[in-house]
Design a protein around this ligand. Structure first.
Ligand SMILES: [Zn+2]
Length: 245
């Protein structure tokens, strides 16, 4: 579909817009997805690096893995897709970002109202009492303890853990009440997040999918674009901005 054939006149600056993003948008910044071969870590089982059992068994292995990921993220930059979202958020006052990514790139790009479904790798919390903890060394590789005695861990959702209730409820509420949703770089395979585009559409939203490969949602998306977000989203922004003004 040609962009100039897309009609966006149903939307106004008061439309409620959701940007739902997954690993694909981070991959375009060079951040490897969880299961990508990643140097010496590829010989470790992701289950051991991101689960309570793995953390109990070898906390410093787990912390080392997160520290290396944090360093890689630090070197990466938000890409044209993240930057387009910031522009869209100036155009659409009532817009939010829902992301499955933990790298904080949306925030670094100046995006706002961000629901981080799987947490944030740059934050730490106590594994026992759940309290957020500021560390002197944000990239700790050794085990530190909370004042309650619990182990300090990255604030990311591990295998077998539930998403934070407030975050998931906020994300579903935004999806169910939006007029327009962009689903970007997400394979729509991981539940409950995968339900978000379906929920949005069921409640009347127009949903535009951008993903290099087809997903379980592609067949029913209002528009499904097989492309990189960094190349297509800036063009969609220009088109919508032109049509709205
Ligand atoms: Zn504690």
């Amino acid at each position: 579909m040609m962009l100039e054939n897309m009609r966006f006149e149903r939307f106004t600056q008061d439309s409620r817009v959701v940007f739902f993003t997954g690993a694909g948008i981070s991959a375009e910044s060079g951040i490897a997805t969880f299961r990508d071969p990643d140097g010496h870590w590829s010989k470790y089982d992701p289950m051991k690096l991101a689960s309570q059992a793995g953390f109990r068994e070898d906390p410093e292995l787990v912390l080392g893995w997160y520290a290396d990921r944090r360093e890689a993220i630090h070197k990466a930059k938000p890409n044209a897709a993240h930057i387009s979202i910031s522009k869209f958020q100036k155009l659409f006052r009532h817009s939010v970002v829902i992301t499955q990514n933990v790298d904080g790139l949306h925030e670094r790009a100046g995006n706002r109202s961000i629901y981080e479904l799987h947490g944030n790798i740059h934050r730490h919390k106590c594994n026992s009492c759940g309290k957020y903890i500021e560390l002197n060394d944000m990239n700790m590789r050794i085990l530190n303890r909370c004042e309650c005695g619990g182990s300090i861990r990255p604030d990311v959702v591990w295998f077998g853990e539930s998403l934070a209730l407030e975050t998931i409820n906020g994300a579903f509420n935004a999806a169910q009440n939006c007029d327009l949703m962009f689903t970007i770089g997400t394979s729509t395979q991981i539940y409950p997040a995968a339900q978000l585009p379906f929920e949005a559409q069921k409640n009347g939203a127009f949903v535009i999918e951008i993903n290099p490969e087809a997903t379980s949602f592609s067949a029913q998306a209002d528009i499904s674009l097989r492309d990189k977000a960094g190349s297509i989203l800036p063009k969609i922004y220009e088109e919508i901005n032109a049509q709205l003004n």
